[in-house]
Ligand binder design. Structure first.
Ligand code: ANZ
Ligand code: ZN
Length: 819
């Protein structure tokens, strides 16, 4: 059997594409189609998730290119982060050398997969020519008032006397990765981007992101977590008025205690007079935020006045009240809030019901016992004096005025803490001077490059004495550099802009080109980035527009696709511990990149997960070999060329229509990212061509057009094999640059398509009921007007083809009925 040898053709076509600059895009392009995959973290080698992600993106980019679009399809490296420090530690090298090695081998793998990138635009976030712009942008953000110092809780190792990154804290006991000492929580000032300034816009603009999956938009909405409520002042002891935030102002008559967060200024004031409170706050500050004990709290001895009832209610300091949420103070209604209920039960505080279900609610008022459990739903007011009978909604409105409150909107979204106490990241371009405070590193001193890596317990930058000691840019006195580096999410918040002008050395990117080329038309990547990366990138884009750098582009990604997971054969997530992983490298070597790509794309639509299947791989592999064999047999003239049978012209006509229909169908499916459906259509076309050849002497022009169409439709997914077929058909241009087949569906196509389905069933019936007396006999006939029926042949058990004849009229009726 004549097949092709993937180990020979794949590298050859990769070289040819590269030499022909197929994937390079000119800077003077006005508005290329921007197709982007989330850049990989440089972990050492590609895994199947990468392969799927990049296959989808590459297939789409190739499809668009063949349709005549100029396509921007770049690739780069998310190359800062702690794993490189760990790897350097294990291998006794440094993070830079380790990372560069990873990049080289991952770049080779991407090339071996046949992915077509404009490598002239390659970038690596760990290079000073990239991260200097993180530093420059940090300063721009600071000028805009978007950078703040805020206290945040850090991991402190008392033995190493150093701050540890979260990843350096190990196990449930939370031990230092170096010395196994239990870590402590410490509040320290950190650098923050005030993303909360953009909370409302980040939320509102989600509505317009129609090219995004709904679940991602919903996850972002929840993350931003807008709550509309009210604030009302309570008089607390002799400490004056304290504002609370509530979304349930309707329940104010049921407030039976008042709670302050440990970090609330009034709690701190009380602590000055009250040792018990002081002690409580101390331990609360050290407690782990993740293991919240709702019952933890202490009575302050103070009382607050409920403005609705005039009642005095006890004031607690309680850990479940968060300092940086709302006002850091709340009135508690155990009857209608679960946490308040738990706290009240534990501390033996009254529980007073003030809301009961409405008549049309599922619950029966009689069944509700708030002593047992909180009733958290809206309803009708009771025990609320003159306000009894109001609905929760009416009460919420009314009480704002009634009790001198204010409407207030709160967001769950917190400011973005970007300080990391680790080496392999972008140094924050600040200098601390005892006299001047924090001073920016002047632009002419950027980039602040990382010093040599040293092996040390804490942050290597702290140990880099020479690097650290500088003169204050303002007063010239001895000063110290900031030794925190930036969260690597800063790197990935604008890399898509850098691709538009990666050589730019006067600014992070060329503002004009970025304005022309953005937004990204298609962004493909994992669902794990649904919130952080995508939210930060949206935030950056808005800020950059406010800095007049992207001319009105306020959203970075028009369409977003999250690829599903590739599971192991056992249906579990591929993982080292389950030892069910399939190495891309092995598949490339054994079957070739095209097989891997085709299998992945046929297995499921991009969003769905699927399990690895050796049979699927095998089927993709033999399909490619079979198409190629069909092509090369034709090229060598074995297929015959005459239209010499009685019905030859009619049959050719039918095949021609099927070719057009397949092109139309596959194009629509490609546009919708339903690659598996498109590929199914290609398989059907190939099978039709094969039957055509077996049944009669095919018309050369039609047959060749069929083969060329199949090759083109395969080209985005199996690009090397498609090039090979294209060359075999006598072309000397590249299929990657060839024109996509015309996609006009023939008239009446839909109706006829249904007929084909019916015919298939008819033929199956005939084969079953009549049986086939002479397996060698092939019946061919033509029903004018519905010619496709004739070629829709069934095979008998010996693999021979049988056909059926029907009268024109019957067919037309059937067709109309089916349609
Ligand atoms: C009184 C009340 C009565 C509340 C009731 C709820 C139910 P959600 O739950 O998402 O709507 N809250 C306010 N500030 C807080 C803080 N700093 N830390 C923790 N919780 C705080 O969030 C709004 C509710 O969270 C607010 O409404 C408040 O409790 C609580 F039957 O006020 B509520
Ligand atoms: Zn100074």
């Amino acid at each position: 059997e004549r097949g092709f040898d993937h180990t020979e053709i794949e590298p050859r076509w990769q070289r040819t594409w590269d030499e022909a600059d197929v994937f390079r895009i000119d800077d003077d392009e006005t508005d290329p189609e921007y197709v982007l995959a989330m850049f990989p973290y440089t972990s050492g080698s590609l895994h199947m998730g990468h392969v799927r992600n990049y296959t989808i993106t590459d297939a789409y980019a190739r499809f668009e290119r063949m349709r005549g679009e100029s396509v921007l399809h770049p690739m780069g490296w998310d190359s800062f982060g702690l794993p490189a420090e760990n790897a350097a530690e294990e291998r006794d090298t440094n993070p830079r050398d380790w990372t560069m090695q990873c990049i080289d081998s991952m770049r080779d793998q991407l090339t071996e997969m046949g992915f077509g990138y404009d490598w002239d635009r390659e970038l690596a976030t760990c290079e000073p020519d990239y991260y200097q712009w993180n530093q420059w942008l940090f300063k721009q953000f600071r000028e805009e008032g978007l950078v703040e110092r805020q206290a945040a809780e850090l991991n402190w190792c008392p033995s190493c006397e150093t701050v540890l990154a979260d990843e350096q804290v190990e196990g449930e006991e939370e031990l230092c990765w170096r010395c196994d000492t239990p870590i402590e929580a410490r509040e320290m000032d950190q650098w923050f981007f005030t993303i909360t300034d953009y909370a409302e816009e980040l939320l509102e603009d989600l509505d317009d992101l129609e090219g995004w999956p709904n679940n991602v938009r919903e996850m972002q909405r929840n993350w931003i977590g807008k709550q509309e409520g009210a604030s009302v002042a309570f008089e607390v002891g002799d400490y004056g008025e304290v504002d609370i935030f509530t979304t349930r102002l309707d329940t104010i008559h049921g407030a039976t205690f008042f709670s302050l967060a440990p970090g609330h200024p009034v709690a701190q004031e009380i602590a000055q007079q009250n040792d018990e409170v002081a002690e409580y706050i101390e331990t609360a500050e050290q407690a782990d935020e993740d293991e919240l004990d709702v019952t933890s709290g202490v009575f302050t001895g103070e009382y607050a006045t409920n403005p609705a009832t005039g009642e005095e209610i006890p004031v607690y300091v309680a850990d479940y009240v968060l300092t940086d949420v709302g006002t850091g103070a709340l009135y508690a209604v155990p009857a209608h809030d679960e946490r308040d209920h738990e706290f009240a039960t534990h501390h033996d505080i009254d529980i007073v019901q003030v809301v009961e279900p409405t008549d049309d609610a599922d619950a029966d008022p009689e069944d509700i016992d708030v002593q047992e459990a909180a009733y958290p739903e809206d309803g009708v007011l009771v025990n609320s004096g003159e306000f009894d009978g109001l609905s929760s909604n009416e009460a919420r409105d009314r009480f704002v005025e009634e009790f001198d409150g204010e409407h207030r909107t709160e967001y769950n979204l917190r400011d973005w803490g970007i300080s990391r106490q680790r080496y392999w990241g972008t140094p924050i371009p600040m200098i601390h001077c005892d006299d001047c405070g924090y001073v920016e590193v002047p632009d002419e001193d950027l980039p602040v490059e990382l010093p040599e890596f040293v092996h040390t317990t804490g942050n290597p930058l702290d140990a880099a004495e020479e690097w650290k000691q500088v003169d204050c840019p303002d007063c010239g006195a001895d000063a110290v550099r900031e030794t925190d580096t930036m969260d690597t999410f800063v790197d990935s918040s604008w890399y898509f802009l850098r691709y538009t002008s990666p050589e730019m050395d006067e600014a992070p990117f060329d503002a004009e080109r970025a304005s022309d080329w953005m937004p990204v038309d298609q962004y493909v990547g994992g669902i794990e980035h649904a919130v952080m990366h995508l939210l930060y990138a949206r935030f950056f884009t808005k800020v950059l527009d406010d800095l007049d750098m992207v001319d009105g582009v306020r959203e970075p990604f028009t369409n977003l696709t999250n690829q599903g997971m590739v599971l192991g054969e056992d249906g579990n997530k591929m993982s080292k511990s389950l030892d069910n992983g399939v190495s891309p490298q092995r598949i490339i070597e054994e079957y070739g990149a095209d097989t891997a790509r085709l299998f992945i794309m046929e297995a499921a639509q991009p969003e769905k997960e699927f399990a690895w299947s050796p049979e699927g791989v095998q089927s993709a592999h033999s399909f490619l070999q079979n198409v190629y064999t069909l092509v090369s047999a034709y090229a060598e003239g074995e297929a015959g060329t005459a239209t010499d049978t009685e019905n030859g012209a009619d049959i050719a006509d039918y095949v021609a229509r099927e070719i057009d229909a397949t092109a139309a169908n596959a194009t629509a499916e490609f546009e919708d990212f339903r690659f598996n459906h498109a590929l199914q259509a290609v398989r059907e076309l190939v099978s039709l061509l094969r039957r055509y050849q077996e049944a009669t002497t095919p018309d050369a022009d039609t047959f060749e057009r069929g083969l060329a169409t199949a090759a083109k439709l395969l080209a985005p997914v199996a690009p090397h094999a498609a090039e090979e077929m294209w060359a075999e058909l006598g072309h000397d241009d590249l299929i990657a640059e060839a024109e996509w087949p015309a996609a006009d569906a023939p008239a009446d196509y839909e109706m006829e398509r249904r007929l084909v389905e019916n015919t298939r069933e008819d033929i199956r019936d005939i084969v079953e009921t009549v049986g086939i007396e002479d397996p060698q006999t092939i019946t061919l006939a033509i029903a004018p007007g519905w010619k496709h029926r004739v070629l829709d042949l069934a095979r008998n058990a010996d693999g021979n083809v049988v056909g059926t004849v029907m009268q024109d009229e019957d067919l037309r009726e059937q067709g109309e009925a089916a349609a």
